[in-house]
Design a protein around this ligand. Sequence first.
Ligand SMILES: [Zn+2]
Length: 255
Amino acid sequence: MSSTNNISFLILVLLQVLVVLHTNYVKVNVGANQGTPAQFILPESLARARSGVIGTAVSRIAPGSEKRISLPDIQPHHSQYYAQWLYTGRVFILEPDRVLPGRLGHRYYEMEEHARWGHHLKVATELRDIDFQDALTDAIIEWINEFREGFDRRHGEMLAFRIDRDLSPDSPARRVPIEASIKYWRTREFKDLSLVHLKGPEWFVQGLFAELVPFVGSTAVSRKSIAFPKDLSQTCDYHEHTRLGRPCYKSPLPL
Ligand SMILES: [Zn+2]
């Protein structure tokens, strides 16, 4: 574990102790079906406000009983991500001590970061936490903006598959891999663009073609002019909360 992760872990433990001392909390048993059971202590108000699954489970506990719920299919180390999200309200994919793009060893970090993001997204879906999903959309947009022209076809296809696995068919986040691919893929990656060669899900392939049409044969407008958010003030069009009529996770939580 890196020094940054050590500090993050210690802060998490300290916060958990403070929560136990000063807040109503809920004990969440995880991992029973994964062979590695563990228990997390989460602040009840935050957990209920964020997660539909935890909120429903806690509401079924009889008044006066210990607030303890079980989520046997969730892996313990994935729950740690979720606890960090509840306490900080942000998702951190880019770590301070990471190897930057273009540096030796970055490829390993890159795949690890992408896999970690995928695990987060799975947990967000399992716990029905729309805010966590939206925060993850922002995290992957930040990740893409660090790569820029380094965001290649493999990244686009991989991201589309993860979104396809966990988010609903009408999720606005589907636009992220499509628009990022149009903007950042190298020209050669479009050369053999066909339904046969592309490996992404069907909506991704169709979306790419649909977005590319206005640029085909045009010398006046480059595909690289397609809009893609530069910072987190421009990302709500890609969030689930917009179609659900809810405030953004970046708004203060009414607790
Ligand atoms: Zn938003």
